[in-house]
Design a protein around this ligand. Structure first.
Ligand SMILES: [Zn+2]
Length: 444
């Protein structure tokens, strides 16, 4: 396996090499396109994309970024590569936490210069292209990438670093099976010149990063383990004593991490600790995201202390973790799209006795199959007030009943919020489209 043999110090040395290659590679890429400017075809594509985006916005069809990006890519299929030429790019991909980690890493890198980013989470090639066309001058780009597109986007943008956080089941009726996704990453990233910053605690991520030349391992934890009980290398059983894991039948095991989340602090490769208690984003999952973001930023020479200070300024990410006043209550908005995400969210609210308002939809952006509800351990909500809304509230009600959770079903958010005790925070947990609808409704 490629992950053996190099300790924390070696990883850091690798990081410094990356820093020194940024400028040189940028020059080489600039030479390809001629003085850093775009060829005529690409300029037309960018302009057409902007016009289309503006028309789409005027027609009230959202930000217009995705449709604009689509038109631009049709005119110049290599546009994304051209728009990232000469910049130092970072890609971030995962099942969960990629929007937040992208935001945190971008914030950390702003310590050393302007950063372009697809901050609103349009993470497929069209949305990424639109974001890069929008901000042509930033030296750095931190890009959230949908799991399925990671190898393609990596090929086009030639990133300096790629952060891989986790892989678990998500939208069963749409996405390729988790295992196949890991294989696709592994094949697609085998020859990459990028340094991978990868989660040592997720066996599928370790497998996916296994053929890459440069990997910085981060002990970021894994609370959802149901997709990683068998060895991706040989099919044997993975043993998981405490923090460690390894295959009983072959040499596949947890690599030695250079960075680690340890309680409320991160540990850097020199053994230095940086407290994460000042982060405004709550929960263990966000401390893990911050640890990964700090490891990414350090590849560009940003000190972990400086990176964390900057990350402390982030309070909400595309509405997530936002607390809003609505009908006399304070609602904290939490997004949970799949079983691993629900588990992280339960961890987040477990320290409180706040009422919990759950909303589940099954529109096409959510995946229309709600059988994933049965993968989530809803017993964690026993003993607190639970309010249920959403298009699939009856599916959820059946699930909660089986889990022995007391709950009340409401027709809409207003009725549910009115039923919650005033002057208390209500924890609102919703899946993707349910979350967007709620945000709109409560003005977040
Ligand atoms: Zn094995």
């Amino acid at each position: 396996m490629a992950h053996g043999g190099v300790g924390p110090a070696g990883r850091l040395a690798e990081g410094h090499r990356v820093t020194t290659t940024v400028a040189a590679d940028g020059d080489e890429k600039a030479a390809r396109t001629g003085a850093g400017g775009l060829p005529a075809r690409a300029k037309v594509a960018v302009a057409a994309g902007k016009v289309t985006g503006a028309v789409s916005r005027a027609a009230g069809r959202g930000s217009g970024a995705v449709i604009g990006g689509r038109v631009a890519l049709r005119l110049d299929p290599e546009l994304l590569g051209r728009l990232t030429t000469g910049r130092a790019c970072v890609l971030v991909s995962a099942t969960n936490g990629k929007t937040t980690t992208t935001r945190l890493a971008a914030e950390a890198l702003r310590a050393i210069g302007p950063v372009a980013s697809n901050a609103l989470g349009a993470n497929m090639p069209a949305g990424i292209t639109a974001a890069m066309a929008q901000d042509r001058d930033a030296r750095f780009a931190v890009i959230e990438v949908d799991e399925k597109y990671l190898p393609t986007v990596a090929e086009q943008t030639r990133p300096k670093a790629i952060a891989l956080l986790n892989l678990s089941r998500d939208q069963l009726d749409r996405a390729a099976e988790t295992r196949m996704l890991a294989q696709r990453w592994r094949d697609g990233l085998a020859g990459t010149a990028a340094t991978l910053v990868a989660n040592a605690d997720d066996p599928l991520v370790v497998w996916a990063a296994g053929l890459a030349q440069h990997v910085v391992w981060v002990a970021a934890g894994q609370s959802w383990q149901e997709d990683a009980w068998s060895c991706p290398q040989c099919g044997g059983v993975l043993h998981r004593p405490d923090e460690d894991w390894g295959c009983a039948s072959c040499d596949f095991r947890r690599p030695e991490p250079a960075w680690a989340l340890e309680g409320d602090a991160l540990r850097d490769p020199q053994g230095g600790r940086v407290e994460l208690t000042g982060l405004r984003l709550p929960g263990r999952a966000n401390r893990a995201n911050a640890t990964t973001a700090a490891a990414v930023a350090s590849l560009f020479g940003v000190d972990a202390q400086v990176a964390v200070k900057r990350m402390e300024q982030v309070t909400a990410v595309a509405g997530r973790y936002d607390t809003v006043r609505y009908r006399g209550r304070a609602l904290r908005l939490l997004l949970a799209k799949n079983p691993a995400g629900w588990l992280e969210t339960f961890d987040l609210v477990s320290g409180t006795d706040h009422p919990v308002l759950l909303s589940v939809n099954a529109l096409s952006a959510d995946g229309t199959d709600t059988s994933w509800l049965w993968d989530v351990d809803y017993t964690r909500l026993r003993g607190r007030p639970v309010l249920v809304i959403g298009q699939r509230r009856l599916d959820l009600a059946v699930r909660l009943q089986v889990a022995g959770v007391d709950f009340t079903v409401y027709d809409d958010v207003d009725a549910a919020v009115d039923a919650a005790p005033p002057a208390q925070i209500v924890e609102v947990i919703a899946n993707y489209t349910a979350f967007q609808q709620l945000r709109q409704r409560v003005g977040a």
